[in-house]
Design a protein around this ligand. Structure first.
Ligand SMILES: [Zn+2]
Length: 263
């Protein structure tokens, strides 16, 4: 499996991806908002885009579909219940479905509600596990829930699916927010050594060269995985007087998400 991360350089800080089979040159385009850059990258690499996957229905993920379909004839794949919110879907997928790319690439669909209720993450089981996480899990952060999402569903997705993936899983999200996200972690857990170490490397960085994190790293510096940290809970209780001394993980997640909304 070859992964090409395409930095759009737009105001929303989107990443687009091409995932290619090294034997056949067939490629899957994930959320190709910047259709021109996606098509140009495929051309340079000598790849044929045969499929497109939209992780979810927001325009900054679907806006390039028409141009890529027009140029390549690719089939469009999205969540099976997304309905008319994405135009021209050829294949609706649900949890456990597999997207094959060429001869060597197989990506498992995870049904990951939270950012929206029709959100798909893709998981690769290859020697180097990978997760294409859309707007669910970001490097050092979590997606917002205010455009059709639900923070309780997001918590369940994190706890029951994402946190269970292998530690060496590479995380390929839909946006570059790593600098702000690390700052948020440090605002909640000032002594977080992993966040302190990484922040200087990404301060004022070029997102084209941003680090690709692993799930093990995320568990260190992503506060949305640090729900049982005594330091996180103690500081949260300063904000939310009604929070018990030993709150459940779901409550901590939801309070963090609430703070991040207005941070
Ligand atoms: Zn979105």
């Amino acid at each position: 499996m070859i992964v090409e991360r395409i930095w759009t350089g737009n105001a929303y800080r989107n990443y687009n991806y091409l995932v290619a089979c090294p034997e056949t040159g067939e490629a899957l385009a994930i959320d190709p908002l910047d259709s021109a850059k996606t098509l140009a990258t495929a051309r340079v690499k000598g790849w044929q885009i045969t499929q497109i996957l939209n992780t979810h229905e927001h325009h900054d993920h679907t806006g390039g579909n028409a141009a890529v379909v027009a140029a390549t004839g690719a089939r469009l794949i999205a969540h099976h219940r997304v309905g008319s919110r994405i135009a021209g879907v050829d294949r609706g997928v649900q949890a456990g479905d597999v997207i094959k790319v060429g001869r060597t690439v197989e990506l498992e669909c995870l049904d990951t509600p939270g950012h929206t209720m029709c959100h798909i993450c893709l998981r690769s089981h290859t020697e180097q596990p990978a997760l294409f996480s859309g707007d669910t899990l970001f490097n050092a952060g979590a997606g917002n829930c205010h455009n059709g999402g639900d923070p309780v569903a997001m918590y369940t997705t994190f706890a029951e699916q994402l946190a269970q993936l292998p530690d060496d899983t590479l995380v390929y999200p839909g946006h570059d927010y790593i600098e702000n996200n690390l700052k948020f972690t440090l605002s909640r857990e000032p002594g977080n050594a992993a966040a302190q170490a990484l922040l200087p490397q990404v301060t004022g960085h070029d997102a084209a060269t941003s680090p690709v994190t692993t799930l093990a790293q995320e568990k260190g510096f992503n506060v949305f995985f640090r729900l049982t940290s005594a330091a996180v809970i103690e500081r949260l209780r300063e904000h939310f007087a009604d929070l018990p001394a030993q709150p459940d993980a779901r409550t901590v997640f939801i309070k963090l998400r609430e703070l991040r909304n207005r941070w």
